[in-house]
Design a protein around this ligand. Structure first.
Ligand code: NAD
Ligand SMILES: O=P(O)(O)OC[C@H]1O[C@H](O[C@H]2[C@H](O)[C@@H](O)[C@@H](O)O[C@@H]2CO)[C@H](O)[C@@H](O)[C@@H]1O
Ligand code: MN
Length: 444
């Protein structure tokens, strides 16, 4: 069986260690010859690289481990690029969230004004990386997690319309499916979802049992009308994530069909979500003080010890759905498994009454041929209206980032359901332009 060469871009990501555990667990289905880590911060990259050398030496001997800040060394000869950069790092996420709150808007990573600022930063960074990858690895599959995935996907489709080996994904729907499975006493892979929308802006329409075809969605709606305890990822025990999953019951009770992505809370209840926020301590602060600190302390401890086996740092067998999803996707592309994944892909009639150029998040069959969307059909009026407005926002944001067009940036913000007011949008832009010097394309 072929052994693959992969590059993790944004190798310093706090998600990388779990991804490495997943790759060790998946070595039979997705064997590696070489793993390269690429980051634009050498120090961060070196720490993760040294951790990886220890991990692979103990759990996956024979795999060549390389870490670098040089694109040519990173991308030459790779089969897969797994991309998870955070342009500006968590400190700029905090800036995105706090400036939004300062102007009376929802301060969130990928939604509302915060997501707009993040998108304006991510687009130039991701496009430049993909151009570099294509210089040295014209045929590599590029699997992108870098957020805000909806806006990044709009931009990659606009700049590389013929490049069908760029695949944008999100792990939120499967994290939600993990929760459904836990509540039903099953496993996520017992289900096959039917879903439509944009990234972080969608709805489950069916949750089919893979074996019997039974649709669990009606009973899940009934069960989840009241918040349920569930055990999936440690991260979701954190208060802000628990509140997010608990709020699902309000959305299910208020609306008469489907099961919403958790992110719909920000767009259907922006005022309620805004009132929960503290400008002095946002989610970015929680992550910096929590998960990021924890992950990096572990990396430092392992590198200091020089070993993992027999220490308190032996990786959890279950690497979590973030790591599982992207490695499963790479495996499906490599092995032509024809499994179903939720992918952000060009609509092209999948949702028959939505713009064919939209980057919709829908179930796709995946094999060596790439991704093939499963038909959704007509999207009902309420959802069509919401999605078309959100798509216009995302499209204008991507174009503003690519073209440096101030007016498109302003119109995008005014279209966003969590902003709306022109005077607020202009004040947000003034602050974001100042805070993002060196990251955003200059707006004219
Ligand atoms: N799609 C999804 O559902 C999903 C799920 C989780 C996380 N994410 C995204 O994954 C990304 C990583 O998240 P994180 O919390 O690990 O961030 P992080 O800051 O811990 O790691 C990101 C890494 O990217 C590096 N980086 C930034 N800009 C770069 C560039 N231009 N070139 C190369 N490297 C660069 C940083 O130095 C850092 O090491 C974020 O965009 C996050 O939003 C997406
Ligand atoms: O606020 P954060 O940084 O904790 O989360 C923001 C991200 O949330 C989603 O990703 C989840 C993922 O769904 C879950 O499986 C697990 O891996 O945790 C992730 C969060 O860390 C969302 O899909 C991402 O786009 C967000 O960046
Ligand atoms: Mn996501």
């Amino acid at each position: 069986m072929k052994k693959y060469t992969i590059c993790i871009i944004g190798g310093g990501s706090r998600y990388t260690p779990d991804m490495l555990t997943m790759l060790c667990n998946q070595k039979e289905r997705f064997p590696l010859a070489k793993i390269v880590f690429y980051d634009n911060e050498a120090e961060r990259q070196e720490l993760v690289g040294k951790y990886a050398e220890i991990l692979f030496n103990e759990y996956y001997p024979g795999v060549e481990v390389v870490y670098t800040t040089d694109p040519e060394e990173a991308y030459t000869g790779i089969d897969f690029a797994l991309m998870q950069i955070r342009a500006g790092r968590l400190k700029m996420r905090a800036s995105d969230e706090k400036i939004a709150i300062k102007h009376g808007c929802l301060g969130q990573e990928t939604c509302g004004a915060g997501g707009f600022a993040y998108g304006m930063r991510s687009v130039p960074a991701v496009i430049d990386i993909i151009k570099d990858i294509r210089k040295y690895a014209p045929e590599a599959w590029i699997l992108n997690y870098s957020n805000p995935a909806a806006i990044v996907a709009q931009a990659t489709e606009k700049v590389f319309p013929e490049d069908h080996r760029i695949i944008n994904i999100c792990d939120m729907p499967i994290a939600i499916m993990d929760m459904y499975a836990n509540v039903l006493g099953k496993k996520r892979k017992d289900f096959e979802p039917r879903y439509f929308g944009l990234n972080h802006f969608g709805w489950f329409t069916n949750i089919y049992d893979v074996k019997t075809g039974h649709d669990y969605l009606p009973e899940l709606r009934n069960i989840l009308k009241t918040p349920k305890e569930f055990k999936t990822e440690k991260l979701f025990e954190e208060p802000s994530w628990k509140a997010t999953f608990d709020f699902m019951s309000t959305m299910i009770s208020d609306y008469d069909e489907y099961l919403p992505n958790t992110y719909m809370q920000y767009y259907l209840y922006p005022q309620k979500m805004f009132k929960k926020q503290d400008i002095n301590h946002t989610r970015a602060d929680e992550v910096m003080e929590g998960n990021e600190k924890e992950v990096y302390e572990t990396l430092e401890a392992v590198v200091k010890l020089g070993k993992i086996k027999g220490t308190a740092y032996e990786p959890e067998p279950d690497a979590g759905c973030h790591a599982e999803y992207i490695v499963d996707l790479a495996t499906a592309l490599a092995n032509n498994s024809n499994e179903i994944f939720l992918i952000i892909t060009k609509n092209n009639g999948t949702c028959s009454n939505l713009d064919p150029d939209m980057m919709v998040e829908v179930p796709c069959r995946v094999g060596t041929y790439g991704v093939e969307a499963i038909s959704v059909g007509e999207v009902p009026t309420f959802y069509k209206g919401l999605i078309e407005n959100q798509h216009a926002y995302e499209k204008l944001t991507a174009e503003a980032a690519l073209e440096g067009d101030y007016m498109k940036a302003l119109k995008a913000l005014v279209l966003n359901r969590a902003v709306v007011n022109t005077d607020v949008a202009k004040a947000l832009l003034d602050d974001y332009i100042e805070a993002n010097k060196g990251y955003w394309t200059e707006l004219k």
